[in-house]
Design a protein. Structure first.
Length: 124
């Protein structure tokens, strides 16, 4: 059985570096999570007072980019997105403010600090 924290990180419903408030197996340690998904934190919007999203990450094993941001729920906006590229059953659209472009470019160019961790709750 996959524990809740690992599942939430793998399916993208929780931001990397965020601990679940749900009970997890005592076998799950930061080292275990690192073996599952090795994310490097690239950056978070500088004007977020509570250190929450938006943020940019890179999966060190696959090179995938992960974006944490506000979920787009406006039906008109989603219809426009769908007109360009239909959304899959497991896909969501998130929006990031323009201030995040430098972090996205760092991720693309590979100039971010590998293994960097964000200001979240590490192992609480």
């Amino acid at each position: 059985m996959v524990d809740e924290l690992t599942f939430r990180i793998l399916d993208g419903r929780a931001g990397a570096g965020r601990a679940s408030r749900r009970r997890v197996s005592p076998l799950v340690t930061p080292a275990t999570l690192e073996a599952v998904v090795r994310l490097s934190f690239v950056g978070i919007t500088p004007d977020t007072p509570t250190n929450e999203c938006p943020a940019v990450y890179v999966d060190e094993d696959t090179g995938d980019f992960w974006f944490q941001g506000e979920r787009v729920t406006d039906p008109r906006a989603l219809a426009e997105v769908d007109g360009h590229s239909p959304l899959g059953a497991n896909e969501v659209v998130v929006k990031l403010p323009p201030v995040m472009k430098d972090f996205i470019l760092e991720a693309i160019n590979g100039t971010y600090e590998r293994g960097r961790r964000g200001p979240g709750r590490h192992g609480e």
